[in-house]
Write a protein that binds this ligand. Structure first.
Ligand SMILES: Nc1ncnc2c1ncn2[C@@H]1O[C@H](COP(=O)(O)OP(=O)(O)OP(=O)(O)O)[C@@H](O)[C@H]1O
Ligand SMILES: [Mg+2]
Length: 251
């Protein structure tokens, strides 16, 4: 379903006050994500995880290599084709407010993709928003609350509901739980695990917290300084003697 081949990314620092410098952020990243399997990218701050995610989403071009999603090269698509891809591939970021209008209500936020992709009547949209709120375990009375009146965990549930509104196949979570406290994190992990079955979803989870990946994913890929340091299947058990794995637990 998702195929990354030889992805490299070099940033050129062209600012006038520094010497012309190239920074290699990703080097020869290749992997496949088959339908139904969830994968986690683990790695320390600066390992290149978010850069790889932006490249997968088509928000940035790789310096070399290709990304194909459902056999389409993401970086060769026109706006409308990319819009179609985003129906199948959605993302939830660490800071929900970074992608939400602070003047909007919960209803406004969730209905946006619905109106973008479907031709629903107002009462159908309201019904859908209501059922999405139930799916992410948010009380219906939150529907007309301003997003700023919600807690961080509730805002993240709204972000998940908005992503699910178009019934994607792949949901990318980039540090989506990192700013939440442990109890709320545990609740949302549990929720995401349920939604995976309910929506027939699979995840690409980006996190420096390996425990989240172990709970939600089938495979884990370790990134270090932009290179793949190891790839493991979680269901077969991770070799606890693995050096990279043990280093990760220390993070
Ligand atoms: N636009 C850019 N120009 C130059 N360097 C960049 C740019 N974007 C990212 N980098 C560099 O690329 C490296 C990888 O960054 P990236 O954000 O992908 O890491 P990350 O693994 O997501 O880290 P974190 O866990 O902190 O989110 C960092 O050294 C960063 O400074
Ligand atoms: Mg990041």
């Amino acid at each position: 379903m998702l195929k990354c081949e030889n992805i490299s990314k070099i940033y050129n620092d062209n600012s006038w006050f520094s010497k012309k410098e190239s920074i290699k952020v990703l080097e020869n990243i290749s992997f496949n994500l088959s339908s139904g399997r969830s994968m986690g990218f683990a790695g320390r701050n600066g390992a290149g995880k978010s850069t790889l995610m932006r490249i997968i989403l088509g928000l940035e071009k790789p310096t070399t290599g290709t990304v194909s999603f459902m056999d389409k090269n993401i970086h060769n698509l026109k706006y409308n084709e990319l819009k179609n891809i985003y129906k199948d591939m959605q993302v939830v970021f660490q800071d929900p407010l970074s992608s939400m209008n602070p003047a909007y209500t919960v209803y406004d936020i969730i209905k946006e993709p619905v109106e973008n992709y479907y031709n629903y009547k107002q009462n159908e949209i309201k019904e859908l928003v209501s059922s999405l709120l139930a799916d992410v375990k948010l009380d219906n009375n939150k529907m007309y609350k301003n997003i700023m009146q919600l807690s961080g965990g509730e805002q993240q549930r709204v972000a998940i509901a908005r992503a699910l509104a178009v019934k994607p196949k792949l949901l990318i979570l980039d540090e989506a739980l990192s700013s939440l406290d442990m109890i709320i994190q545990a609740e949302i992990i549990h929720l995401l695990d349920d939604l995976k079955k309910q929506y027939n979803l699979f995840y690409l989870v980006i996190s420096h917290d390996i425990r989240i990946i172990l709970k939600l994913c089938d495979d884990i890929m370790f990134l270090e300084n932009g290179k793949i340091k190891g790839m493991h299947s979680i269901e077969n058990g991770i070799n606890k003697d693995d050096e990279v794995f043990n280093n990760m637990l220390l993070v």
